[in-house]
Design a protein around this ligand. Structure first.
Ligand code: ATP
Length: 244
């Protein structure tokens, strides 16, 4: 497949998605798509509904509308089945197994796989992508710094060999130098064919790394387009980038 054909292949198609909590709507009429080998940014302020959208896609909360991923209809699926289709979420706050080692956390990401030799190979690949994890492979995950824990959460997600990795608030609370390393990893894994949905309150950071973006506000998509066009959009600049 040529790069142009691969880029145009729609991996995730979300149509008219709605969700809420106890009858209170938190998502309304959300439609978006992610093409294979793209990095797509989903940005918006605190409380805009980004995490709720990821929860709906992972089928952790009920929703209305349509979600097609990798030719699967996700709406009737349970979260574990969704994971099996190749859609994997790296949750906000990492949610590592704190009392397990780094390596055991990574192996948890591969729990559905049976290809033992390839799993061992992927562990080494993760230690290549994240050398700090290699140095700390026998350390308890809960004893590491925030940046190292984020690396561990991302590597755990990658151990599932996802087609789409959805990363919720990757940069939150991390030092700029660490965020830069994580951004380099995103570009590297995209080069290996992994598609990324990057969910961020840091609008500038996410749009700087992405090909395309969607802006959410109070549960709806209010802007979409190429990342460059969004960065240049006066309304986005004023509302989210603090620029006139
Ligand atoms: P953040 O970056 O702070 O996570 P967000 O854009 O991801 O923000 P959501 O967490 O999806 O936003 O929240 C969207 C709305 O749904 C908010 O009004 C929030 O208060 C509400 N909400 C989120 N989780 C729950 C919940 N478990 N129960 C009730 N309301 C919730």
């Amino acid at each position: 497949m040529t790069t142009a054909a691969a880029l145009s292949e729609r991996l995730l198609v979300v149509d008219d998605l709605g969700a809420g909590y106890g009858g209170m709507p938190a998502l309304r009429n959300v439609s978006l798509e992610v093409r294979r080998a793209e990095i797509v940014a989903l940005v918006g302020s605190n409380g805009a509904g980004k995490t709720t959208l990821l929860r709906a896609l992972s089928r952790v909360i009920p929703c209305t509308g349509a979600i097609n991923f990798n030719k699967y209809d996700l709406v009737p699926m349970a979260p574990d089945e969704v994971f099996g289709t190749g859609l994997v979420q790296v949750p906000e706050g990492r949610q590592l197994f704190d009392r397990m080692t780094v390596e055991d956390n990574l192996l948890m990401g591969a729990y559905r796989r049976t290809d033992q030799t390839a799993i061992v190979g992927d562990l080494e690949r993760m230690y290549g992508l994240f050398p700090r994890l290699g140095e700390r492979r026998t350390q308890l995950a809960g004893s590491m710094s925030g940046g190292e824990q984020q690396m561990c959460a991302m590597a755990r997600g990658l151990m599932a060999r996802p087609d789409l990795l959805m990363i919720d608030e990757m940069s939150l609370g991390l030092a700029p130098v660490v965020v830069e390393q994580l951004m380099d990893v995103l570009q590297a894994i995209r080069g290996e064919g992994v598609t990324v949905l990057l969910v961020e309150q840091d609008v500038h950071l996410a749009l700087s790394a992405a090909d395309r973006g969607y802006v959410m506000d109070t549960g709806s998509i209010v802007r979409s387009g190429s990342a460059k066009d969004l960065i240049d959009d006066p309304a986005v600049r004023e509302a989210y980038l603090g620029l006139a």
